[in-house]
Design a protein around this ligand. Structure first.
Ligand SMILES: [Zn+2]
Length: 349
């Protein structure tokens, strides 16, 4: 387990509403794609009962018009937001002081994996000091829910959907931060939490700043490694530790049956075999950090013959595409050569 979960005394379930540039991407302020306009949260005790609430509007400062998507779901207009909202730095300070009122260890919970990152982006924009622990572990309740109620654990049902599925009482509309926080808390209370408690998520807003701070976690059925940032993708891919494939269970270094390959330069796959634990599938996702550095999130999990077959098929499909590309390139070059069908014009594609 990445963190001792048995000491947790409180859960802070929070939700944000945000606005984005109404004129689209072109008018977007760098570093602030989403401006927080509401923070809502509930504090839950060990039995997931609500013991305290927090709800504040933020007065918009960056984007002065509501994006049409936000208008569609929010039942509050710009005029009311301006009137009832307070400056972001005031709201965030009040929020953290409310968070600190809890006794014992606290862990943040959100529906989905965006809220913590966007909150920190807003904090950075306003120069608010970041008091979150680093690394920042939290529960993504949507992910826990998917793990429990979906076969593949990859579906991302909406909060509304989950609330309906669990036949929870719907008294207030969704898309108010405080209401969504309450609904998320209710879903959390309803689920078989102990069976998913080891599955903490990690927020990637701040990535490891050096080799010593790189993160290796072991979950019941997979392992995760988060690298430090590199100046380029090539440098990242060349790094020995990034390249290694270790058994998720015994951490033994594995001989690769299929070395890392990719079809899109973002996700790499590999296959290895542990003499004790069998076939292992590695997945390496290349990402770009807030500072524009390249880092990877590598996961290794057990697989079987069928999984290995699938991986081989994927590799073949990729190799086939590469061959096709090469073939087309050669044909095009041939056509352009003097004496070829085309002299100076572009070859038809
Ligand atoms: Zn092993």
């Amino acid at each position: 387990m990445p963190q001792k979960t048995q000491n947790i005394k409180n859960y802070i379930v929070f939700d944000l509403e945000w606005n984005q540039c109404a004129e689209g991407k072109t008018g977007e302020i760098p570093g602030l794609p989403f401006e927080v306009i509401e923070i809502g949260a509930v504090k839950l005790n060990e039995d997931f009962e609500v013991i305290s609430e927090f709800s504040r509007f933020v007065r918009p400062k960056v984007y002065q018009r509501l994006h049409f998507k936000v208008l569609e779901i929010l039942d509050i207009g710009m005029e009311e937001l301006t009137r009832r909202g307070e400056p972001f730095d005031q709201v965030i300070r009040a929020f953290f002081s409310w968070c600190r009122e809890a006794d014992g260890e606290t862990i943040f919970c959100t529906w989905g994996n965006m809220d913590l990152t966007e909150l920190q982006r807003n904090m950075a924009y306003y120069g608010v000091e970041n008091p979150f622990p680093n690394p920042l572990f939290y529960y993504d309740v949507q992910k826990l829910y998917s793990r429990l109620y979906r076969d593949n654990g990859k579906d991302k049902p909406t909060l509304e959907h989950a609330v309906q599925e669990q036949s929870l009482e719907v008294q207030r509309p969704f898309h108010r931060a405080i209401e969504d926080a309450k609904y998320t808390g209710a879903v959390l209370r309803q689920m078989d939490f102990p069976s998913v408690a080891p599955y903490l998520s990690l927020d990637y807003y701040r990535i490891p700043d050096c080799k010593e701070h790189e993160i290796s976690l072991t979950f019941p059925d997979y392992s995760k490694y988060v690298s430090r940032g590199f100046a380029s993708r090539e440098e990242l891919i060349r790094d020995k530790e990034v390249n290694d494939l270790c058994c998720f269970s015994c951490r033994r270094m594995l001989r690769k049956k299929i070395g890392w390959f990719t079809g899109n330069q973002r996700n790499y796959l590999a296959l290895g075999i542990c003499p004790e634990h069998g076939l292992m599938r590695g997945k390496l996702r290349v990402r770009k950090s807030e500072e524009g550095r390249y880092y990877c999130v590598k996961t290794v999990r057990m697989t079987d013959e069928a999984g290995a077959e699938e991986l081989i098929r994927q590799k073949e499909a990729y190799a086939g595409k590469q061959r096709e590309k090469l073939c087309l390139k050669r044909r095009r070059e041939k056509l352009r050569r003097p004496g070829g069908a085309i002299f100076s014009k572009e070859a038809p594609s």
